[in-house]
Each structure stands twice: as C-alpha cells, then as structure tokens.
Design a protein around this ligand. Structure first.
Ligand SMILES: [Mn+2]
Length: 323
C-alpha cells in the first residue's frame, strides 16, 4: 500500500445549528453555509459514501437564567444532550461522523456521544483557545470556553451541577487530550494544563518544532500503540484569522493553511479519524469576501481530513483513456 493511499469511508454528516455557548448570533448558520459551500459533494467526489442526516432539531428553552455567571446553561445542556444522542446513534451506522457547528460548546455533546460508542477515544483539539475553563474560572461565563471541563473525569470536583447537564457524565481523561495551535490561554486554563500535565502544543511549539514534529509527537503521546479512535475537534479559529476571519473570537498568529492541511493529511493517514467537529464558523461576521474565504478554507481542510491530498487524488479504479 502506498503511504498516501486512502480508503473511501462511509461518513455521516450532522449539523448542530447552535450559538448560545457564546454571545454572538450567526454561528447557528454554520452548518447551512458549509453545506452550501459544497462540503458534501466535495467529500463524495473523493470516493467517500456520505449521508447528510440534516441538523439536530433544537427547541428553544424558556427561563434560562445565568447560574454562577454561566450563561444559557439550560439551552447549552439541553442542545448538547441531543447532539450526544445523535452522534451515538449515527456512529453505530457509519465509520465516521462530521459534526457541523455551531459554537464550540458542541464538543460537549459530540465527544460525550462519541465516547458512548468508542470509550477508548483520544482527542486532538485544534484551536487558538484551550476551552477548559470550569464554570468557576471562566471570566466570560460563555460555555464555549468550558467544554473540556464538563467531560474530563479529573475535573469533576471543580465543576458544579448546572441545569441541563444532569445527563453529562464525564467520559474522558485529561490525558486523552492533545492541543495544537493554542495562543490565547487564560491564566486559570494554563494552571489546569500544568496541574494535570495536559499535552499541549501551542503556536510556540509549532514555530519551534514545525507542524510535522508537533503532529507526530501529539499522536505518539496520546496513543503510542496507534490503535485508538480519534476525535478531532477543529475550531476554525485555530487557523490564522487571515484564512478564517468569519469566526467569533479570532486571534492573530494562527496555523497557516499549509500547516492545517498537513495536520489534516496526517490525521487522515492514520485511518482512525472517527468524529470530526467543525466549530465556530460564523457566516454573519465579516464581509462577503471574508465569509467566502472562511467557508472555502474550512471546506478544504474538512475534505482533507477525509482523503483529499494536495498531491492530487486519482479516482478509484480510474483507467487512462486510450485513443
Ligand atoms: Mn474553541
């Protein structure tokens, strides 16, 4: 088998049109915009068998008062319960799932649902932010900055009960997480990362070692055996804002397109990508040009996680025509 050989997969796509994990409206339009940008047909053109299961159906919640400064707990908890159930169900019918967000609070439901089917999963978290605040450390109260604290067993003593989250049992260890691309980490988050020794490759390490070494080390540290299913949680703000400007919390100095595509190619090559989250695309932010650029780069990265190569893709079974 050639090193770059990629086997077509059965992929389920599900949208999570939700934005109440942060204050800006528009992220709920992410799934529709990504579909309109041709995501499904481009995945299919690579030989993948793709089923679009539509969006998770979300209902408005009433009386969602902040609790301990945490905003919209009931809406976020209730919506993520539905996403968790959808991911669990669809992962039993498909090799891989792509969840289209939506703000990054979606990782609560997506990872929880994934873990019900694959309890041995590892998480590669590509993001400018660490998203590991607890409800008590978060300066903003926005749950999109907290998803990992709800999921990690080691953090349960630090996370209070919130309305809407009774279903959310911790399902991962902090040692199952590897960060790539961090560059805006709050002091309390840094303290959590250091206390638990969480695997973290910030942009400093990307600059120091190069993306090749960073990806190799992250995968090696998470899973030396190279056998565990991968949950790739991709916040588009992990990329530089010159590439994905239509996002709620852009931070300069991010991953280049080439670094991101290399990462995606290497993850695809493992053959173990089980769930991919695509989070924080906000088509309501920025000019039309910026929105189109954000969508086009996000679609290119997403398809690269599922077999698109910069070296080109020969159609399966292609016969060169003879005269
Ligand atoms: Mn994030």
């Amino acid at each position: 088998m050639r090193e770059h050989c990629h086997l077509p997969q059965s992929i389920g796509v599900v949208g999570f049109p939700f934005s109440k994990g942060q204050p800006r409206t528009g992220a709920e339009l992410g799934p529709g915009a990504l579909r309109e940008a041709g995501l499904v047909s481009q995945l299919e053109s690579l030989g993948n068998h793709v089923i679009d299961f539509g969006d998770v159906e979300l209902e408005p919640v009433s009386r969602d008062e902040p609790v301990m400064g945490v905003k919209n707990p009931l809406a976020v908890g209730t919506a993520n319960k539905k996403l968790s159930d959808a991911v669990t169900k669809l992962l039993k019918q498909n090799q891989s799932i792509i969840t289209l967000g939506g703000d990054h609070s979606m990782a609560i439901g997506s990872i929880h649902g994934h873990a019900q089917v694959e309890p041995d999963l590892v998480i590669v978290w590509v993001d400018a932010h660490a998203d590991i605040h607890t409800p008590l450390t978060s300066p903003s109260g926005n749950i999109h900055g907290m998803p990992l604290s709800f999921l990690a067993r080691e953090l349960q003593d630090y996370v209070p009960d919130l309305p809407g989250f009774d279903w959310c049992s911790p399902c991962i260890s902090v040692h199952d997480i590897a960060y790539i691309g961090l560059r805006d980490v709050d002091p309390a988050e840094r303290a959590i990362i250091e206390k638990f020794g969480i695997c973290s490759y910030s942009m400093q390490e990307v600059d120091k070692f190069g993306i090749r070494e960073v990806v190799d080390r992250a995968l090696q540290q998470l899973d030396p055996s190279g056998t565990r299913p991968i949950h790739l949680s991709f916040d588009v703000d992990g990329m530089d804002p010159s590439l994905t400007p239509s996002t709620g919390t852009p931070v300069p100095g991010g991953l280049s397109l080439r670094e991101t595509l290399y990462l995606a190619e290497k993850i695809a090559e493992t053959g173990r990508l089980s769930v991919l989250d695509v989070a924080e695309v906000n088509p309501a932010l920025g000019t039309d040009d910026k929105k189109q650029m954000t969508l086009s780069n996000t679609v290119d990265v997403t398809t690269t996680f599922f077999g698109r190569h910069r070296q080109g893709n020969a159609p399966h079974g292609y016969e060169i025509p003879r005269p």
